[in-house]
Design a protein around this ligand. Structure first.
Ligand code: NDP
Ligand code: 8X3
Length: 258
């Protein structure tokens, strides 16, 4: 089993949900962290808490993954001791809205494509060369069941997650002759800020996503990521799909009604 002690982990979207849980689980395992997202106060609070609780190094960068120049500069400007990145968790992502294509918002589409697809590409493009230089690395992309199936009104979000699946597979092929592993973790319904973001702060509507069923927790996903990150280095967990017990596919969810 690979130890995480002292390894440097770069997590995008670390201010909430799955990314934040990953930060805590990696820190608990003794890893050092570089956390990236846009909300500085959240990043700062999480880093202070991680250092206090787990005595690890935890640094943050304010980063909008949609902006290539910003990503490039942030990675270039990392202090030398932070360039030794062992694991990249490409987690930043979001859905906006749920509507038929002809009724959809072009701005929402752009935000999803820019964040989920281009953001993941930009961050990977900047960090893979550091891993190649160190001849070590593990890229863990957060896909989704929406990257394996589609559902009505999920058109563009599903397309972005299918793109993540395609990019992951391609990356694994391109890096097969290196010491870099590539994994995708594809969850079903996880209760995070995801649905609140999708419905632009409408908490009542967000709750309907998880009505009458017990969703995955961000910790369920983070623990699986830790499992994938700590396997012996002669193999890679290429893909994992995680579903709540009450979910059988993107569309089939057993909801109890009272
Ligand atoms: P959350 O909304 O709780 O977290 C999303 C994170 O992404 C936040 O930390 C947010 O930080 C960050 N983020 C969003 N946009 C940007 C950006 N432009 N630049 C940098 N960071 C950004 O949702 P989840 O934890 O659920 O989502 C994490 C990943 O999991 C996403 O890729 C999502 O698609 C995927 N997923 C989620 C599922 C679910 O049911 N929740 C199921 C399957 C996959 P900030 O706003 O501070 O920038
Ligand atoms: C998030 C899961 O079902 O809302 O990727 O698309 S779903």
């Amino acid at each position: 089993m690979e130890s995480l002690k002292g390894k440097k982990i770069f997590i995008t979207g670390a201010t909430s949900g799955i990314g934040k849980s990953c930060a805590y689980k990696f820190a608990e395992a003794g890893a050092d962290l570089i956390l990236a997202a846009r909300r500085e106060s959240h990043l700062k609070d999480i880093c202070i808490d991680l250092k206090r609780k787990y005595k690890v190094n935890a640094d943050w960068i304010i980063l909008d993954v949609r902006n290539y120049d910003e990503v490039r500069k942030s990675v270039d400007n990392l202090p030398e001791e932070n360039k030794n990145i062992s694991i990249l968790v490409n987690n930043a992502g979001l859905a906006r809205g749920l509507s038929k294509l002809h009724e959809g918002s072009v701005l929402d589409w752009e935000e999803m494509i820019d964040t989920n697809v281009k953001g993941l590409l930009f961050v990977s493009k900047c960090i893979i060369p550091l891993m190649l230089k160190n001849n070590y690395g593990h890229i863990i992309n957060i896909g989704s069941v929406a990257g394996r199936e589609v559902y009505p009104m999920g058109n563009v979000y599903c397309a972005t997650k299918h793109a993540v699946d395609a990019i992951t597979k391609s990356m694994r092929m391109e890096l097969v002759d290196t010491n870099i592993r590539v994994t995708t973790i594809d969850p079903g319904l996880v209760e995070t800020e995801f649905s609140i973001v999708r419905y632009r702060g409408n908490k009542e509507r967000a709750k309907t996503a998880y009505a009458g069923m017990k969703p995955l927790t961000p910790d369920n996903v983070a623990e699986t990521i830790i499992f994938a990150a700590t396997r012996d280095d002669n193999f890679v967990i290429a893909e994992m799909v995680l579903l709540p017990k009450a979910q059988a596919s993107a569309m089939i969810v057993n909801r109890k009604t009272e």
